[in-house]
Design a protein around this ligand. Structure first.
Ligand code: PAF
Length: 305
């Protein structure tokens, strides 16, 4: 008998007992890619990473009503089940979990998840209830689907920070993997919401990624002041309706005045009646600052196919 006192030791001891041959770390048994469907190359990049790292890949597809603070936003969220099934199968998903709302939520349930500090700023104040809704559905997916690793895009930076924090706080035996934002070839971050914009609005929306890239360049040139980085994002770009631009700590999403740790510069802006979010990540490597701007597609996105 092995006596262990940490959650992680207890887990690895159980895994060793289950696979006595042990040895070097193999692929995780189950990888989970949570989605709300209308798949694009951003989702496919998560699936492809999960495919490389896990024996079994489960993808969940559920447009979660609890995370839409405005019901018209939920109603017009793009959906296409047949298309998603085909893309998921081609990308190598083994199990597609597409629950009904009664499977996800019971009318009698009473448990809520309050993510706390990490959800009281940026998206938390602009979209009241949104992050709580994400926290609840993600908790159900993490608790219910038996995955050891789960994959989220860095595009939803505050969501990723909140989920990491929550998984850590609640001692979920699951690794949270953050993956780079995938962008259209002109820089626009991929989002199912891009399909809701006209061609002119799409062109205007480029101000967001261009602004963030200008700030990233300034940071690479040594600019550390959050105020100056924020100004670099918005200066002369007033075609979009900026909601916020903030420099936040990757660890807990707290707002920073100075770029002095792993952080992200996040923006939310309106283009017509479409609300978009985007960011650049500032990682700290041994060689100093490393900016993650995401990955550009070479050709047109399958969003428009
Ligand atoms: O990022 C998303 O698509 C959603 O917020 C998620 C994580 C699938 C929860 O509904």
């Amino acid at each position: 008998m092995r006596i262990v006192s940490s959650f992680s030791e207890a887990r690895s001891a159980a895994m060793e007992a289950y696979h006595p041959s042990g040895g070097e770390e193999g692929p995780a048994p189950i990888g989970l890619v949570p989605t709300m469907g209308f798949l694009h190359e951003g989702h496919l990049s998560l699936i492809s990473r999960a495919r490389r790292e896990c024996k079994v890949v489960t993808m969940s597809l559920y447009v979660n009503p609890r995370q839409f603070n405005v019901s018209s936003d939920f109603d017009r969220y793009p959906r296409s089940f047949e298309r998603d099934c085909q893309l998921a199968a081609e990308a190598g998903v083994d199990i597609l979990f597409a629950p009904s709302t009664s499977e996800m939520y019971e009318s009698t349930e009473s448990t809520a998840i309050h993510p706390g500090r990490v959800a009281r700023i940026m998206e938390g104040t602009r979209r009241p209830g949104h992050l709580e809704g994400v926290a609840l559905v993600v908790t159900k997916l993490l608790a219910g689907l038996g995955a050891q690793r789960t994959y989220f895009g860095r595009k939803d930076a505050q969501q990723l920070t909140m989920i990491r924090r929550m998984a850590r706080d609640l001692r979920f035996p699951i690794e949270i993997v953050g993956c780079p934002t995938i962008r259209e070839s002109d820089g626009l971050a991929l989002s199912s919401r891009n399909t809701l914009m006209s061609a002119n609005e799409r062109e205007t929306a480029l101000d967001i990624s261009r602004g963030l890239w200008a700030a990233a360049l300034a940071a690479e040139g040594g600019e550390l002041s959050a105020e100056d980085l924020r100004r670099a994002v918005t200066a002369d770009r007033d075609r979009v309706g900026w909601e916020y631009v903030e420099l936040a700590d990757q660890e807990d999403a707290s707002l920073l005045d100075t770029l002095d740790r792993p952080s992200f510069l996040a923006a939310a802006a309106w283009v017509g009646d479409v609300r978009l979010i985007d960011n650049v990540f500032f990682d700290m490597g041994s060689d100093g600052l490393a900016v993650d701007r995401g990955i550009l597609l070479e050709g047109p996105s399958l969003l428009y196919r």
